[in-house]
Ligand binder design. Structure first.
Ligand code: ATP
Ligand code: MG
Length: 299
């Protein structure tokens, strides 16, 4: 089992049609057809939405995405139109709401990896490949790859696990030309992000993007280069051959899989509430990622 322990009721706002409650975001449509994306403080891990929220997480993800969208705009167009709240929206949507172009989303999680860990490492250990791409011998947990690779995944339903797929499968699903554009844009945005993060003492180990079409225009959507969509490692502590310390949800994953949580992630029961200290540590990591990357102080 997985998914929501209890799916939240959508907030009703006059003039907005509720479209979807995602693991983290709530989607609405305005009367003029724009998409309203409201990031909540919900946290997902191991395909579950956890029963405990992380205060400020929605605002951190939204503000960090905005910061990146601006710095990537010369590489790829993005979906944000404005951050102005729709009339009648609750005041607490401020800072975590984006009004976006409503796109024809592509059913591909566009993952770029510059370092080997997680599901990439697991596949490498079995076959010396990631998403069918052959890699050199001798790589270990946290190794830098000879060059960044595009390792797409098929987007799963809530509660299902995204599945790594080959480039050929992507080409079959979306067409050869679109697959080529996705790979090119994914690697270009990853490389820019990695360079900027590195200047700030952070290794962008891997990340996931989502793209959609607005007519012929291929547009970067969703969130970008956040601790939910990326692995951020403090560069000064990077040491291949072990799991790396990180500014992302790895801390929560580690707690959930520790004996302290008392939870069996392969069992039938939903994950437990997070203790206040784990909530605070997680919040601090998200804020540290924001502050380090942007150089701004989290108000
Ligand atoms: P899902 O809810 O599909 O299981 P998720 O848990 O990642 O995925 P959230 O991140 O909570 O979902 O919600 C964001 C949703 O909005 C995703 O389904 C994403 O594909 C979609 N989305 C993001 N940007 C746009 C856009 N500009 N137009 C249409 N859909 C978008
Ligand atoms: Mg998402």
């Amino acid at each position: 089992m997985s998914g929501f322990v209890e799916k939240p009721e959508p907030v009703e706002v006059p003039g907005l049609v509720h479209l979807h409650t995602g693991k983290v975001r709530d989607l609405y449509r305005t009367e003029s057809g724009e998409l309203v994306m409201v990031a909540s403080d919900r946290m997902s891990a191991y395909d579950w939405v956890l029963p405990t929220e992380i205060p400020d997480k929605g605002r951190v993800l939204t503000q960090l995405s905005l910061w990146w969208f601006e710095r990537l705009a010369d590489l790829v167009s993005h979906h944000v139109l404005t951050t102005e709240l729709p009339p009648g929206a609750p005041a607490d949507w401020a800072g975590r709401t984006l009004i976006c172009r409503s796109l024809e989303m592509l059913p591909v999680e566009c993952v770029a990896r510059g370092y080997l860990t997680g599901s990439g490492l697991a596949e490498y250990r079995q076959t010396r490949t990631v998403c069918g791409l052959a890699l050199p011998e001798g790589l270990t947990d946290g190794s830098e790859l000879p060059s960044p690779i595009f390792t797409p995944a098929a987007k799963a339903e809530v509660g299902e696990h995204d599945e790594n797929v080959s480039y050929e499968e992507v080409a079959r699903a979306v067409g050869a030309e679109t697959a080529h554009r996705l790979r090119q844009a994914t690697l270009a945005v990853y490389s820019r992000g990695r360079e900027i993060a590195r200047e700030r003492g952070i290794i962008l180990a891997d990340t996931k993007f989502e793209f959609g079409f607005d007519g012929e225009d291929l547009v970067l959507a969703d969130e970008v280069l956040t601790p939910d969509s990326s692995r951020f490692w403090p560069a000064d502590q990077w040491q291949p051959g072990r799991p790396q310390p990180s500014f992302d949800k790895q801390y929560v994953r580690d707690w959930l899989s520790s004996p302290e949580s008392g939870w069996d992630r392969h069992g039938q029961l939903p994950p437990p509430e997070l203790p206040p200290a784990v909530v605070e540590q997680t919040r601090a990591r998200y804020i540290e990622a924001y502050e380090r990357i942007t150089g701004l102080h989290w108000a």
